[in-house]
Design a protein around this ligand. Structure first.
Ligand SMILES: Cc1cc2nc3c(=O)[nH]c(=O)nc-3n(C[C@H](O)[C@H](O)[C@H](O)COP(=O)(O)OP(=O)(O)OC[C@H]3O[C@@H](n4cnc5c(N)ncnc54)[C@H](O)[C@@H]3O)c2cc1C
Length: 378
């Protein structure tokens, strides 16, 4: 007898499942996708969206249409609670959906509390659509006044956002000052050579780099640093790291140290075998993984296989995280900084490689929907 698979979140790790829904429906199963938006934006191209390398239509997947075209039901809503014993997902709208098998790809958010008091002109770098909205706002604002921009967070996202703000606002009638508050060493998880290259690239763009103090409070246009100094801002971008949503904690599901759904080798919840997950929202019991899109992408085939296997009562397959991933930073000037193992490459070729990889990923899964750019709300 057919079963009901519910996919919660149409993120990067669910792409293969979404693309192959018809393989499940043709066997008599029912599939439902729950997502707050019919579109999902590819984070790897987010900084390029801000800087103007890409239009929104080039970086979004039409997950709602993708699901419906393949025979699934699309529910535009947000999961707020899971009842694993009653096998029910509760949604923000008040509706609920029952499942036989459910899979989570609900990603992660930038935590605002306790750092931010009031959200006026504070822009978390996720969801990625924030970056496009910021682009539109900043282009309008810089027509009439000088701008003070602060980026908080010295990881890859903070570096790419700073560099792409430079790209967006250079050569405009009014001046923009960009300050990156790294809160410690810039790109601390990378080798010295990568850090040196990134530092040079940012300083060449006249981006002010603060590596000493951490931001302690963001309030009313002022960032207060741990050394008590204050910085004024017109807009502050928050790239302070990401954590899975509170969905799993609120549902009393097993979670890892980072709050993600605790899963085993099969991307399966350690306590409730009908629940699976992928991407930033999960926490691997045996091998904690960095919250990077690369792992969400690598999980795709195994997650799809295991969801189909669970529906059909056939053996599950283990997930192998694979070799160390490659990091390529988009430095806003059509140059990239590439790092993999002991290899570091700086320049145009690195950017072209990133662009090629990202476009190839989009092409594979951007199979439905219109390619125009209606509104930044979409
Ligand atoms: C600026 C920036 C640049 C980055 N660049 C790179 C890069 O170049 N390479 C790389 O590997 N990583 C990069 N990352 C990391 C990357 O963002 C994440 O690792 C990646 O987005 C994880 O994918 P995901 O599908 O798990 O989550 P997400 O991309 O966050 O997708 C989650 C989806 O679930 C939906 N959702 C959320 N909550 C619910 C809910 N309760 N119910 C239903 N649906 C829900 C969301 O709307 C969204 O569509 C970058 C991050 C940032 C911020």
């Amino acid at each position: 007898m057919g079963k009901h698979l519910v996919l919660i979140g149409g993120g990067h790790a669910h792409m293969t499942a979404l693309l192959n829904i018809d393989q499940l429906t043709s066997r008599g199963h029912q599939v439902t996708l729950v997502s707050p938006s019919p579109n999902h934006y590819y984070s790897g191209m987010g900084p390029g969206l801000l800087g103007g390398f890409y239009a929104p239509s080039q970086v979004r997947f039409h997950v709602g249409t993708m699901a419906e075209e393949r025979g699934a039901k699309f529910v535009q809503d947000t999961a707020v609670k899971v009842d694993p014993r009653g096998k029910t997902i509760h949604l923000k709208s008040g509706r609920s959906i029952s499942y036989d098998v459910a899979s989570f790809n609900t990603g992660s958010d930038v935590q605002l509390t306790p750092l931010v008091n009031g959200t006026d002109n504070v822009i978390p770098v996720k969801p990625v659509l924030n970056l496009y909205k910021a682009r539109t706002t900043l282009l309008q604002e810089v027509e009439s006044r000088d701008l003070e921009l602060i980026v908080i967070g010295g990881g890859p996202a903070g570096v790419e956002i700073s560099a792409n703000l430079w790209r967006l606002l250079r050569g405009k009638p009014h001046q923009t000052t960009i300050t990156l508050v790294a809160g410690g060493e810039l790109l601390r998880n990378t080798p010295e050579r990568v850090r040196t290259l990134a530092r040079k690239s940012l300083l060449d763009k006249r981006i002010r780099l603060l590596t000493g103090g951490r931001a302690e409070k963001i309030e009313n246009g002022i960032v207060t640093l741990s050394d008590r100094s204050c910085l004024d801002y017109d807009f502050a971008f928050l790239a302070t790291g990401i954590t899975p949503s509170a969905l799993f904690r609120d549902s009393a599901l097993p979670i890892g140290a980072d709050g993600g759904l605790l899963v085993n080798n099969f991307l399966q919840c350690t306590e409730f075998p009908d629940l699976f997950g992928g991407g930033d929202c999960i926490s691997h019991k045996d091998c904690p993984l960095a919250k990077v899109g690369v792992y969400a992408v690598r999980q795709n085939p195994v997650l799809f296989h295991n969801l189909a296997a669970k529906l059909e009562d056939t053996p599950l397959r283990p997930f192998d995280p694979g070799p160390p991933y490659m990091l390529i930073l988009n430095m806003g000037d059509s140059r990239g900084i590439l790092w993999k193992r002991s290899l570091t490459l700086n320049g145009r070729l690195s950017f072209l490689l990133k662009d090629y990889i990202d476009r190839r990923f989009m092409k594979k899964y951007q199979v439905s929907g219109e390619l125009t750019d209606p509104s930044p709300e979409a």
